[in-house]
Design a protein around this ligand. Structure first.
Ligand SMILES: Cc1cc2nc3c(=O)[nH]c(=O)nc-3n(C[C@H](O)[C@H](O)[C@H](O)COP(=O)(O)OP(=O)(O)OC[C@H]3O[C@@H](n4cnc5c(N)ncnc54)[C@H](O)[C@@H]3O)c2cc1C
Length: 404
């Protein structure tokens, strides 16, 4: 028998069906309502916690899959249900990847369960990198972390913006500059534990899409955290800073390491939105009659659907490849993580746009879900690195040239 297979195994199929049922029965029926409310869908998160979907045990089990495919399968199904609600449930995973990507085993064991809490006391996590003047250019962060040796505490000051779960999270993972002259190589990640004084929510943003997901500024005003909250520990940081001062190359910086790992999963979310719109448009095109025949009988419509399906399948394969590579310790030599997120994000925008076209006027109004999917899709060419930044990563990787 051949070693290579794209067949999902029994466990993966079961989990896929389980999440699909949750997306169909619990998420979809309330998607429109929470989009209109523009508020965190606590009852849905509670349901997800009750069945164990929102729990660190589930995430640990899913990430342990040696093929790397369980997580993208799960997030595709959940985001097929609704992206705003999906991000409210999976937004904590961003904070988790910040901890897992940079923390010691002890820190991971201490903080990751707290990113979820329990079904009785749900907790959320956030990953705070972006700032008003540092979006794509992460190297120019202004948030400072200063070590107070007398108390073995770090003092954080600055303002983060566009933070998913910002201010409502229990655990904030904050990337700050320890040594600004070293730019991105002088950054470090910190856990800010629940209830730490000095951390507050600034403006909450009203958005174009994924409106059930909370996005806000996070203000850090003399936030003091114990030395143990520096992810990776002081010794490792000091060694890294010393190497950077000498101009020696060091491993990828704190925020970048997290993004590389999380991009393919963000891509799988976009695949879920695109698939929702494609399936809806396909059914609609078979039902809707104009000129005495179903509109799908026109090549002009049928070919659109063929392209939509092809682009979705191509996106999923790129996502699966990147997740398999990441799980199996393969190095991304051609920006494969970025490729998967870029392709999936742009496909979601294109496919949802075509879905509106296929529904005509019905695609443009809020009684139908297609316009919401289109609004939701757009964020996937912006967050976790814009499409331009993904192209930059790929171009640099394949050329070895520091393209600007
Ligand atoms: C809903 C939402 C949720 C978010 N969640 C989080 C979160 O949880 N945590 C977090 O830290 N951040 C989060 N972000 C921030 C997000 O990652 C940034 O918005 C994104 O990185 C882009 O930064 P910017 O908005 O400052 O745009 P800019 O960096 O100012 O970019 C503006 C435009 O210039 C282009 N551009 C910039 N530099 C180059 C270049 N070198 N070459 C070519 N083009 C370039 C960009 O591609 C873009 O088209 C979120 C944002 C949104 C909108």
């Amino acid at each position: 028998m051949a070693d290579f297979s794209l067949d999902l195994n029994e466990d993966q199929l079961q989990i896929q069906m389980w999440v699909h049922d949750f997306a169909e029965d619990v998420v979809r029926p309330v998607a429109h309502e929470w989009d209109e409310k523009e508020a965190t869908p606590w009852p849905v998160i509670e349901e997800a916690a009750k069945i164990g979907l929102y729990s660190w045990e589930f995430f640990a089990q899913a990430f342990a899959d040696p093929t790397g495919l369980t997580m993208p399968i799960v997030s595709e199904e959940l985001f097929w249900g609704d992206a705003g609600i999906g991000l409210s449930i999976f937004g904590s995973a961003l904070g988790v990847s910040g901890i897992v990507g940079n923390g010691t085993p002890e820190q991971i064991a201490e903080w990751v369960p707290q990113c979820f809490g329990t079904p009785e006391k749900i907790q959320l996590a956030a990953f705070a990198v972006s700032e008003p003047d540092a979006g794509s250019d992460v190297s120019s962060l202004r948030t400072r972390a200063v070590y107070d040796e007398t108390k073995d505490e770090w003092v954080l000051n600055g303002t983060k913006t566009w933070i998913t779960n910002g201010g409502i999270a229990d655990i904030h993972v904050v990337v700050a500059s320890v040594e600004p002259e070293l730019k991105a190589r002088g950054h470090a990640s910190f856990v800010v534990p629940p209830g730490t004084p000095g951390l507050s929510q600034g403006q909450k943003f009203k958005k174009h899409g994924i409106r059930a997901s909370h996005t806000a500024e996070v203000v850090l005003d003399d936030v003091r955290v114990p030395g143990s909250c520096l992810l990776g520990g002081k010794e490792k940081l000091d060694a890294r800073l010393a190497r950077a001062r000498e101009g020696k190359s060091s491993k990828v910086q704190a925020a970048m390491a997290t993004f590389e790992a999380s991009r393919p999963l963000v891509g799988s979310q976009a695949v879920g939105i695109a698939r929702a719109a494609y399936e809806y448009a396909l059914d609609y095109a078979k039902e809707r009659k104009q000129f005495g025949r179903a509109i799908i009988e026109n090549q002009g419509i049928a070919f659109k659907l063929a392209d939509m399906r092809m682009e979705i399948d191509a996106s999923r394969l790129l996502v699966w490849r990147a997740c398999w590579m990441a799980r199996n310790g393969k190095t991304f030599t051609a920006g494969e993580g970025s490729m998967s997120k870029l392709k999936a994000g742009e496909t979601a925008v294109k496919v949802t746009d075509e879905a509106i076209q296929i529904l005509g006027g019905y695609g443009y109004v809020r009684e139908y879900p297609v316009e919401r999917w289109h609004r939701d899709a757009k964020i996937y060419t912006i967050f976790e690195g814009t499409s331009e930044i993904q192209r930059l990563v790929i171009a640099r990787a394949i050329s070895g040239i520091h393209i600007k």
